[in-house]
Write a protein that binds this ligand. Structure first.
Ligand code: NAD
Length: 495
């Protein structure tokens, strides 16, 4: 980090379950951010010069450190978010798996590839390769403070970029742990740096002349980020919120669907961008699905003890939103079969299952980000599709069905769909991850996620002089006539 002469303003990272201070971090200023970008520029040239193999070797080295010290990293996540240690460990496992994938696949996806030159340009050797953009700013959220930003960080690094990470003000310790451990694996240059602070530090990163911003957070902040980036024409990737639906068809495995709904809705205390928030169930299996879901939801308890399956609400301001969604749903005729308004405490929210909630209420339309589910009865899956797709969000979705699983998945307006399992797409490194509408645009993960942090570079190399040269003022009438004849032969046929 830069040494600054003036008194450095700091902020505390608190454990949301206990309010205990777990770390103190600088509020980085515009100048600090600009200095970090300048350092990153030099580092990125060196990092690029290593090539895919050199970078892959170092990323694998880092992966080894993260894996061996996974429990320590999970402890930082546990303390800063309050989520159970075992859930934090799943984040570590997924992040490690993605790091391994990018190290092994970056060259294959981004390296030079021959392309057919076509008949008109048959004298050319055509190729494309994907070159790094330079310096990427990654702005992350707190709900999955490791797994989510790593979906941008390791992909940007593997593609050859330097990265500056601005973690959420609720989870700066996770960012610091990552940057420090990376520096052990790659001590030569500051290829991966940390800036900490609040929204203003993030905004400074947007304006600092980086080559792209990879943002994960709320749609509201996404809009501000795009506006700031517009000033310098800095491109942005937006991974924002969701209001994911789960569809249960009449031939679904009801026990499995209920289990998925409860885990998808309640795990991480509902603070999951691709968490299940709405469920649409075929009328023929509605009663049995609701009974199974209620039974399972009752066995989940929020707390900070070792037996609690879910932790606190990490961001205190969210408690009010969750309370308002539940209260509004009940005031408008909904029923809480589990939990209710009283389930919302000072730090913890107990699982809440709502039925008969009007489709235009906030609990169905806005991101609740708490351990709540709304369940609605539908006469068939076409009605379920219309209702599920009637949302300004479109991040993930889930289908439980035997016969029509794939068809329903294709027709859901969302970036990802899991069929007969839950959130599985996020754990498959080769699959792209991202949303539509207010859930954002651009993709992390997979080949698309690697390309997101690159620019396509096209090269046409002349192999021999063309029989007819079109790109010269010495072009003759004879050449024009020959080309006209050729194009008619090739494309002029009447069907
Ligand atoms: P947030 O939008 O409040 O903050 C995200 C980050 O943006 C933080 O680091 C914050 O400091 C920074 N920020 C705030 N104002 C800024 C500004 N004006 N300019 C630049 N940066 C600014 O989001 P959050 O509460 O941390 O995260 C929760 C949200 O993230 C939820 O909506 C959730 O669905 C979403 N999310 C999406 C994904 C995904 O992959 N699509 C993954 C995880 C979380």
């Amino acid at each position: 980090m830069t040494t600054v002469e003036h008194k450095v303003e700091t902020f505390d990272s608190l454990n949301p379950a206990t309010d205990e201070v777990v770390g103190t971090y600088p509020v980085h200023t515009e100048k600090d951010v600009a200095d970090a970008v300048a350092r990153a520029r030099n580092a990125s040239a060196w990092w690029q010069s290593l090539g895919f193999a050199g970078r892959a070797e170092r990323l694998q080295r880092w992966k080894g450190i993260v894996t061996r010290r996974g429990a320590q990293l999970a402890e930082v996540i546990h303390q800063e978010t309050g989520k159970p240690h075992s859930d934090a460990m799943i984040e570590v496992v997924l992040a490690v798996d993605h790091t391994d994938w990018v190290a092994k696949n970056a060259r294959k996806v981004l390296g030079p590839k021959r392309r057919p030159a076509g008949l008109l340009m048959a004298n050319q050797a055509a190729s494309v390769e994907y070159q790094p953009l330079g310096v990427i700013g990654v702005i992350g959220p707190w709900n999955y403070p490791l797994f989510t930003p790593m979906g941008s960080i390791v992909y940007a690094l593997a593609a050859g970029n330097a990265v500056i990470f601005k973690p959420s003000e609720y989870t700066p310790g996770v960012g610091k742990w990552l940057v420090d451990s990376f520096a052990e694996a790659v001590p030569e240059h500051p290829v991966f740096q940390l800036v900490t602070g609040f929204g203003a530090t993030g905004a400074a990163l947007c304006r600092a002349g980086v080559d792209k911003i990879g943002f994960t957070g709320s749609a509201a902040t996404g809009r501000k980020i795009m506006a700031a980036c517009a000033e310098t024409l800095t491109p942005v990737l937006i991974e924002a919120g969701g209001k994911d639906a789960l569809l249960v068809d009449e031939d679904a495995d009801i026990e499995a669907a209920a289990d998925a709904a409860v885990w998808g809705g309640m795990s991480n205390a509902g603070q999951t961008c691709v968490g299940v928030e709405r469920v649409y169930v075929h009328e023929k299996v509605y009663d049995s699905f609701v009974a199974a879901t209620v039974e399972k939801a009752k066995s989940v308890r929020a707390g900070y003890d070792a037996d609690a399956k879910i932790g606190p609400i990490t961001m205190p301001a969210q408690l009010d939103i969750i309370r308002k969604h539940i209260a509004d749903a009940i005031a408008r005729g909904g029923k809480a079969l589990v939990g209710g308004v009283d389930a919302v405490g000072d730090r913890f929210v107990q699982p809440t299952v709502l039925v008969d909630v009007p489709e235009d209420s906030v609990a169905v339309r806005d991101e609740t980000f708490g351990p709540t589910l709304t369940i609605a009865k539908v006469k068939d899956m076409d009605e379920a599709l219309v209702k599920a797709n009637d949302s300004r969000y479109g991040l993930g979705s889930t289908v439980f069905a035997k016969r029509r699983g794939m068809e329903l998945a294709r027709r859901l307006r969302s970036g990802m769909t899991a069929v007969n399992s839950i959130i599985s797409f996020a754990g498959i490194p080769s699959l792209p991850f991202g949303g539509v509408g207010d859930s954002g645009f651009g993709r992390i993960h997979g080949a698309d996620g690697l390309k997101e942090f690159t620019r396509a570079k096209a090269i046409a190399r002349q192999r021999f002089r063309p029989p007819i040269n079109l790109t010269t003022f010495a072009r003759t009438e004879k050449a024009d006539a020959a080309v006209a004849k050729l194009i008619t032969l090739l494309h002029g046929k009447r069907k």
